[in-house]
Design a protein around this ligand. Sequence first.
Ligand SMILES: C=C1C[C@]23C[C@@]1(O)CC[C@H]2[C@@]12CC[C@H](O)[C@@](C)(C(=O)O1)[C@H]2[C@@H]3C(=O)O
Ligand SMILES: O=C(O)CCC(=O)C(=O)O
Ligand SMILES: [Fe+2]
Length: 332
Amino acid sequence: MVVLTKPGIDHFPIVKNCKLSSFFNGVPLIDLSKPNSKNLIVKACEEFGFFKVINHSVPTEFITKLESEAIKFFSSPLSEKQKAGPADPFGYGNKKIGPNGDVGWVEYILLSTNSEFNYHKFASILGVNPETIRAAVNDYVSAVKKMACEILEMLAEGLNIHPRNVFSKLLMDEKSDSVFRLNHYPPCPEIQQFSDNNLIGFGEHTDPQIISVLRSNNTSGLQILLKNGHWISVPPDPNSFFINVGDSLQVMTNGRFKSVRHRVLANSVKSRLSMIYFGGPPLSEKIAPLASLMEGEESLYEEFTWFEYKKSAYKTRLADNRLVLFEKVAAS
Ligand SMILES: C=C1C[C@]23C[C@@]1(O)CC[C@H]2[C@@]12CC[C@H](O)[C@@](C)(C(=O)O1)[C@H]2[C@@H]3C(=O)O
Ligand SMILES: O=C(O)CCC(=O)C(=O)O
Ligand SMILES: [Fe+2]
């Protein structure tokens, strides 16, 4: 007789609970409807590489529609979901993150925003018309991309860069290599027994692209690493978006902005559902500091294309510092 048990958690990474694990109330808050937001965005990118956005233009019905499709998908039997996998890198993934042995207490769908991919597979699992799911993803991604471009334009204005679309044009390009991800973190009751430790849902990392836009349900878990070396917990807010500076924006600002290191911890009772749009440039784009930001400074980085960076990133583990391979060696 085969006895089916829940997968054990002993093979998953754990982290020590930090003293400051209660919610941090210092996440910069950007009200997109306020005229002085561009300067606050620059400050937030310099200090945290991370901020929260309110009064955005993304219609609530796009968020709720996609969220309900995602809940339907993740509630299907594992054998059904696996028909849309494995993630190579696109498709359904469960516990395994990336190609180099990283694992976490998470299941996900990873999609390229400019390919049809296999909406058909998702749709057949959900029992819906492929067009319904494709439309839900498209409506959401288009609205979030528009907001990301508005933010990047405000950022350029705040930095006094002309033209103001230097960053946003990379996302608007029809060849923009952007990615969309739905992450589901099932509750893990076993961790109630842990006192000093916590289970990793998605291990620490920085996002390689220019900008990431994250929206989650009301379940906590997201943490960011502050410059002082402390991990802090970000209070969840399903009505807002969280913005991450990615590695490519760090390079384009010659290190003035730092890509934010972040991770997700598992929850013992509630499931977390997050949707993340990763705005990336076309594959052939040269990623280098903008001349207008250099003011006689040397570039801190060797020149590379987004294709070269991605190729290199996919050889790394999640927690690796991927930019270090592209830093210029200082002459002694
Ligand atoms: C371990 C990995 C997963 C990842 C590709 C990588 O080799 C290193 C970067 C990882 C990351 C982090 C941000 C995004 O979630 C992601 C889609 C990306 O672009 O880079 C993932 C990659 C992935 O899950 O395929
Ligand atoms: O799921 C989340 O809340 C964040 C996950 C993340 O950082 C990522 O997918 O790159
Ligand atoms: Fe991330």
